[in-house]
Design a protein around this ligand. Structure first.
Ligand SMILES: [Zn+2]
Length: 86
């Protein structure tokens, strides 16, 4: 997983809701990352069924918009190919 950083001071995220360096509330960031993870899981599950390719693409796009990671990029590419029926 791509490392998350504090958007205020760029300190490495240490799995806590408040940045240890600057005190920024990181809970909204954590929620976005968790939602993106759930959407990636949904996309992966949908990719296993060719009839759900459009759902996989929608979930992969939503995940990539929320949190761009190397995995979200690869998953989005795979979902695009699956939706195109290639
Ligand atoms: Zn910080």
């Amino acid at each position: 997983m791509t490392e998350l950083i504090c958007p205020t001071c760029r300190a490495q995220w240490r799995s806590v809701a408040t940045c240890a360096r600057c005190g920024t509330d990181l809970l909204p960031l954590m929620r976005l990352a968790a939602r993106a993870h759930a959407l990636r899981e949904e996309a992966c599950a949908a990719l296993l069924d060719p009839s759900r390719a459009a759902q996989a693409l929608n979930a992969a796009q939503a995940a990539h918009r929320l949190h761009q990671t190397p995995r979200s990029s690869a998953l989005l590419a795979l979902a695009i190919v699956a939706a195109a029926g290639v």
